[in-house]
Design a protein around this ligand. Structure first.
Ligand SMILES: [Ca+2]
Ligand SMILES: [Ca+2]
Length: 251
């Protein structure tokens, strides 16, 4: 049922002769329009806040060793602005030796089932185009962004950037342009945590609610990748709200 529809009958019962008393003068009409425009603008801002990002939750204690709370992903928040996309990974605990990997499939077809760190990970059929590998035992230049092209992982063009750590949450921000993403682009992705050994698997995968590996020496298996759709940046919504305000003030 449409919101507010339940109020209609009582309004219809209002005697016609009384309607005159409800007519507003031009000043009141202007004030109401301004109030409505402001509320619409606020509503737009509120809608943006909730629609601009998306929370992906993972089961807790889904590791082969649940004492490794720093590897236990609890949630991942993804959001984008007009120019950038941010992935924020929260784990149950935090340790500076934790390694993080983000697997990104931005185009259908092409890509690879491997990862740029050559970790023993089965991506379950996903063909990824970009990879982020990161660590938190140094405060800057601690993240690598690598693209996959027809020759494989293009380390020659890889970039190094810095993550942002706050408590048990670590965030990475990349430009949309770096992955040829636009409003409406759909990204399939997964996030995994690991240790520093070159043959360490993904100990926890966001995509899987069950144990991803039975031990350090066993390849991990991802679940079905998650998806995120790039939304218009906050600037677009603010401009829409402003346009609405201007158009109403001109009446
Ligand atoms: Ca988990
Ligand atoms: Ca998991």
């Amino acid at each position: 049922m449409e919101r507010g529809r339940g109020n209609a009958p009582s309004f219809e019962k209002t005697p016609v002769k009384n309607l005159n008393s409800f007519r507003l003068n031009s000043f009141q009409t202007g004030a109401v329009c301004l109030l409505f425009a402001s509320l619409t603008s606020l509503a737009s801002a509120g809608a943006f806040t909730s629609s601009a990002g998306q929370l992906f939750q993972d089961t807790q204690n889904d590791l082969f060793d649940n004492s490794l709370g720093n590897l236990d992903i609890t949630s991942v928040w993804v959001e984008n602005t007009a120019t950038d996309i941010t992935f924020s990974v929260t784990t149950r605990e935090f340790q500076s030796w934790t390694k993080y990997m983000i697997f990104l499939e931005t185009t259908i077809g092409g890509g690879t089932g491997t990862n740029a760190w050559s970790r023993p990970i089965d991506l379950s059929g996903a063909q990824i185009d970009y990879f982020v590998g990161s660590w938190v035992d140094q405060s800057s230049n601690n993240s690598q962004f690598v693209a996959n092209n027809f020759l494989g992982w293009d380390w020659a063009s890889a970039t190094t950037f810095s993550n942002v750590q706050s408590g048990n949450t670590v965030s990475w921000t990349m430009s949309l342009a770096s992955m040829n993403l636009f409003v409406g682009s759909v990204i399939s992705f997964d996030v995994a945590t690991s240790g520093g050994g070159g043959n360490d698997p993904g100990v926890d995968h966001l995509s899987s609610n069950v144990i991803a590996t039975t031990g350090w020496g066993t390849p991990s298996v991802a679940g079905a990748f998650l998806t995120y759709t790039v939304v218009p940046g906050p600037g677009a919504f603010a401009l829409l709200g402003l346009a609405g305000l201007v158009s109403r003030r001109r009446r």
